[in-house]
Design a protein around this ligand. Structure first.
Ligand code: 5GP
Length: 204
């Protein structure tokens, strides 16, 4: 009934809460929802694709983009720069799709200030132990790195109150359904359904 797009969803979670897997499923299962491809200065991981996961750029290029005011938001996370370009938002609006931003708590706060209509969701791990186990299960990180991430996670989790919605990722299927429900509810807001409703009324 309504496919005009233009909604911006923001999802944050501490590292290891399963956000990427949840978002991948949500994006695969809902139509007219696009993943916002951020710019970052960090190196691509083996399974990552330029232009699909991130636009990988040098620090010089990123800093030039900051100077040119080309970011809706940007932040330094784990020593690397990450940002959402204004162009990404403009393109989604032009293509009439909704946009899903995967940004950290600093980025979410900036989006909220600059775009109050954005709908924000925080994904919580079920417990510290669960997060610890997931971080260790990933491999490739030493104890100090895991302890550091758990410390950061604690600080990030404290900020859940700033978000419109909070979902606990106890079971991925349930978490995916809850995030999808938030999106579908936003799409049914009366303000967005006016044209559709008028179309129905016109048939009477
Ligand atoms: P990763 O390097 O593991 O892909 O992401 C690290 C963190 O950076 C995650 O918390 C992710 O949400 C965040 N992040 C990714 N893209 C952006 C962005 O464009 N802006 C901000 N502020 N954070 C981002």
């Amino acid at each position: 009934m309504n496919d005009r797009g233009g909604l911006v969803f923001v999802v944050s979670a501490p590292s290891g809460a399963g956000k990427s897997s949840v978002l991948r499923r949500v994006l695969a299962e809902l139509s007219r929802l696009r993943f916002s491809v951020s710019h970052t200065t960090r190196r691509p991981r083996v399974d990552e694709e330029e232009g699909a996961d991130y636009s990988f750029v040098s620090r010089e290029r990123f800093e030039a983009m900051i100077r040119d005011d080309r970011f809706l938001e940007w932040a330094e996370v784990h020593g690397q720069l990450y940002g959402t370009s204004r162009e990404e938002i403009a393109r989604a609006t032009a293509d009439e799709v909704d946009l899903m931003l995967d940004v950290d708590v600093q980025g979410a706060a900036q989006v909220r200030r600059r775009m109050p209509s954005a709908i924000t969701v925080f994904i919580l791990p079920p417990s510290r132990a669960a997060l610890d186990a997931r971080l260790r299960g990933r491999g490739g990180q030493d104890d100090a790195d895991i302890e550091r991430r758990l410390g950061v996670a604690r600080e990030e989790i404290e900020r859940f109150r700033e978000y419109d919605y909070v979902v606990v990722n106890e079971r991925i299927e349930e978490c995916v359904e809850l995030v999808k429900s938030v999106i579908q509810a936003a799409r049914c807001r009366t303000t967005r359904m006016r044209d559709a409703a008028r179309g129905v009324i016109a048939t009477f």
